[in-house]
Design a protein around this ligand. Structure first.
Ligand SMILES: [Zn+2]
Length: 309
């Protein structure tokens, strides 16, 4: 194996690797302090914390397979205690998450199954969204909730929708979530069959406990794929970073219109908007609201019909 200079650094990183002698690739992720920070934004019930953590690792692993400039979203849409779990990972590996759930979720054990969380499996689904953010079309892939783990659902999605043979394992404890993705590249030759089958069998021996205990990416890969020549790329840091901002909230308020915003101000003495992802509260008092609609920026929001952009 060709060691990357910072291969030993594992926490809050994503590392891609390829098999030198076969069209097989993979990625390893460890989401540590960023996972804890994201889960600390809201008082999530224990059962949701575990699933959200798994979705964070899954989103980062999926993002590792893409060359894109936008945001990748993974959503679990349920019809039971969980209504919606949303995780986003952008091209810079900035992660954030949010959830909507009913009181019933508070009483579920931490190890509650996906089916229990989602309630009615037939009415639930996992959606994977790619938002290119450059004005291009948003892509969405949907997978029915026909497996009982996030890793298995993503494997189904990649293998069936993307036609890429894939294996994924995710492991969560109180402090972190880790994941490993192994893929047989599209267009792989028949000669690669044996390598894929062997690698896949070796993959089956990776236990969640072993994944959580691994000292580093290189040690983990060497322990499980010792017969293969792997090239490990430099680990990329990932982090919790929300895309919300006072400017974006101001834009939403301007879109709402002066009359509506001033009526909220009259009623509540201020206008308060909370980001559903990071829980940051943006507050606008009377002077802020006046500035919103009287500032030069406000006039640029809704140009008269026919005005040049
Ligand atoms: Zn936010």
């Amino acid at each position: 194996m060709t060691p990357a200079p910072d291969a030993a650094r594992f926490a809050d990183t994503l590392s891609r690797f390829v098999f030198e002698q076969a069209a097989v690739r993979g990625a390893v992720v460890s989401v540590d302090s960023s996972c804890r920070e994201i889960l600390a934004c809201h008082r999530y019930p224990p059962a949701l914390r575990r699933t959200l953590a798994e979705l964070l690792a899954a989103a980062a692993l999926l993002a590792s397979t893409l060359k894109f400039n936008g945001a990748l979203g993974v959503q679990l849409q349920g019809a039971g205690p969980v209504r919606l779990l949303v995780v986003e990972c952008d091209a810079e590996l900035n992660l954030r998450a949010t959830a909507q759930w009913s009181g019933a979720a508070d009483d579920l054990p931490a190890a509650a199954s996906l089916a229990t969380l989602a309630g009615d499996v037939a009415k639930s689904r996992l959606a994977i969204t790619l938002d290119p953010r450059d004005g291009g079309p948003i892509y969405q892939g949907i997978v029915a909730l026909e497996a009982n783990s996030i890793a298995a659902l993503i494997e189904h999605y990649l293998t069936r929708s993307e036609q890429i043979d894939s294996r994924m394992v995710l492991a969560v404890d109180d402090t972190r979530v880790r994941g490993l993705l192994l893929q047989r590249l599209p267009g792989a030759a028949t000669a690669d069959d044996a390598t894929w089958q062997r690698a896949s069998a070796q993959f089956d021996r990776i236990s969640p406990t072993g994944l959580l205990a691994a000292a580093g990416v290189e040690a983990l890969l060497r322990a499980h794929f010792r017969d293969d020549d792997l090239r490990l790329f430099t680990a990329r840091p990932l982090r919790f970073r929300c895309r919300c901002s006072a400017e974006k909230v101001a834009h939403v308020l301007r879109m709402l219109g002066r009359t509506e915003v001033e009526s909220i101000l009259d009623e509540q003495g201020m206008v308060s908007v909370t980001c559903e992802f990071c829980n940051h509260q943006y507050t606008f008092v009377a002077d802020d609201v006046r500035a919103l609609f009287d500032s030069p920026a406000a006039s640029g929001v809704a140009p008269p019909a026919g005005a040049p952009h």
